[in-house]
Design a protein around this ligand. Structure first.
Ligand code: SF4
Length: 349
C-alpha cells in the first residue's frame, strides 16, 4: 500500500492537512460529508472541491480500506454477513441485522475491531484464528461504508461485537466511534453505538474517566472465577471481582448505559449462578442480556429451553432486569460468537 488511508484521519487532522494545502479548514467537514454521509468512493465525485485539491487527494490517499470478498444473506431472517479482505491479506467480517421491533425496523451493523483475537474465549470462533493485528480506524469505518453501499440500507445502530476485543484497540476504536457519531460523519447517536468488551478493566476505567458517552456491554458469562477462567482466559489478568468492583465504584455516577452479556451454557445457569448475578445488580444501573450458546467448534453443552426458562424465572424473581438476545443469521454463521472468516481461513497469513 503506497497511499495513506484518508479515513484514518480525524476531523482536526483533516483540518490541519487542508491548512497545509492552503485550503480553508471548513472544507474538512465537506470531506467528511462526502466520505461518510454521501458514501462516495472516489475523490473525483467531490464536486465542490477544486480540480487541484481533488488531484492532490487522489495522488496521496485511498478512500476504500477494505475489499469486499463475499456477501451472504440468511434465508431465515435476512441477516447479511460480509467478508472483507484487508490490504495485507487478513479477513474480517461484519453483520447487518434487521431487528424487528414493534414500532419500526432497527438496522444494526455488528463490526470487527481486530483481525482475529487474542482473548481465547472458548465459546467463540474468532478465538480459533488467534490474533493477527489491530484494525486501523479506516478499516473499522469502511465496514459501515461497504455495508450501507451494498445493502442500500442506512443503519441506525452500531455494535462493536464482531471480531476482536475493542478495548485492546482503544484509540482506533474510539476515533472511529467519534466519526460515526459526528453529524457530518455517519451521524449515529452516541446512544446507538455500543462497545463490547470481555472485561479489560483498566480500559473500562479509562473509558468512564474520559466520560465517553457510548453504551458499554461487558461480557461476564460466569461469576464463579474458576469456571470463568476455564471459558475466558482473560479472567486471569482481569478477574470478575475487578469488574464487580468497577460497577460499584464507577457506574452509579457514570452516564453510560451498561449491559452485562451472559452466554448461557448448561453449567452456568443454576440457582446459585442467579444468586451471584443478583449481587452484581446491588448498586449499579445495569441490564443483563442473556445469550443462548450458539453452535460452533467448541465442545460446550447448550442448555435446553426449559433450563433457560427456569434461569430467567429465577432472575426475574430476584428483580434482575433481564432480556434475552434473539439469534440472527444462524444459517450463515452470523450469530454471536460465530465470526471467523472461516471460508478464507486457509488463505490467511
Ligand atoms: S468473544 Fe470477543 S473477546 Fe472473546 S475471543 Fe471472541 S472476539 Fe475475542
Amino acid at each position: 500500500m503506497t497511499k495513506s488511508l484518508i479515513k484514518n484521519l480525524s476531523l482536526s487532522e483533516v483540518e490541519s492537512l487542508f491548512r497545509e494545502l492552503g485550503e480553508k479548514p471548513y472544507r474538512a467537514k465537506q470531506l467528511f460529508n462526502w466520505l461518510y454521509e454521501k458514501n462516495i468512493d472516489s475523490f473525483s465525485e467531490m464536486t465542490n472541491f477544486s480540480k487541484e485539491l481533488r488531484k492532490t487527494l487522489e495522488d496521496n490517499y485511498s478512500i476504500s480500506a477494505l475489499a469486499l470478498e463475499e456477501r451472504q444473506i440468511s434465508k431465515i431472517d435476512d441477516t447479511e454477513k460480509y467478508l472483507f479482505r484487508t490490504y495485507d491479506g487478513n479477513y474480517i467480517e461484519s453483520v447487518l441485522i434487521k431487528n424487528d421491533t414493534n414500532e419500526k425496523e432497527r438496522l444494526t451493523i455488528c463490526i470487527s475491531s481486530q483481525a482475529g483475537c487474542a482473548m481465547g474465549c472458548r465459546f467463540c470462533q474468532t478465538a480459533k484464528i488467534g490474533f493477527k493485528r489491530n484494525l486501523e480506524t479506516a478499516e473499522i469505518l469502511d465496514q459501515i461504508n461497504h455495508v450501507r453501499r451494498v445493502s442500500g440500507l442506512i443503519n441506525n445502530n452500531i455494535v462493536f461485537m464482531g471480531m476482536g476485543e475493542p478495548f485492546l484497540n482503544y484509540d482506533n476504536v474510539l476515533k472511529a466511534a467519534d466519526i460515526m457519531n459526528y453529524s457530518f460523519g455517519f451521524h449515529v447517536s452516541v446512544r446507538k453505538i455500543t462497545i463490547s468488551t470481555c472485561g479489560i478493566t483498566d480500559a473500562i476505567e479509562r473509558f468512564t474517566d474520559e466520560k465517553r458517552a457510548y453504551n458499554l456491554a461487558i461480557s461476564v458469562n460466569d461469576t464463579d472465577p474458576d469456571k470463568r477462567q476455564k471459558n475466558m482466559p482473560v479472567e486471569k489478568k482481569f478477574p470478575v471481582a475487578g469488574i464487580i468492583d468497577l460497577f460499584e465504584r464507577k457506574f452509579p455516577i457514570s452516564r453510560n448505559r451498561l449491559t452485562i452479556a451472559y452466554v448461557m451454557r448448561k453449567d452456568n445457569i443454576s440457582e446459585s449462578d442467579a444468586k451471584r448475578l443478583k449481587k452484581i445488580f446491588r448498586n449499579a444501573r445495569i441490564k443483563l442480556n442473556l445469550i443462548p450458546l450458539n453452535p460452533g467448534v467448541h465442545k460446550l453443552d447448550a442448555p435446553s429451553q426449559e433450563e433457560m426458562d427456569a434461569f430467567i424465572k429465577d432472575l426475574e424473581i430476584m428483580n434482575v432486569p433481564v432480556s434475552v438476545r434473539k439469534t440472527y443469521g444462524a444459517d450463515i454463521d452470523g450469530a454471536c460468537g460465530q465470526l471467523s472468516g472461516k471460508h478464507r481461513l486457509e488463505d490467511a497469513p
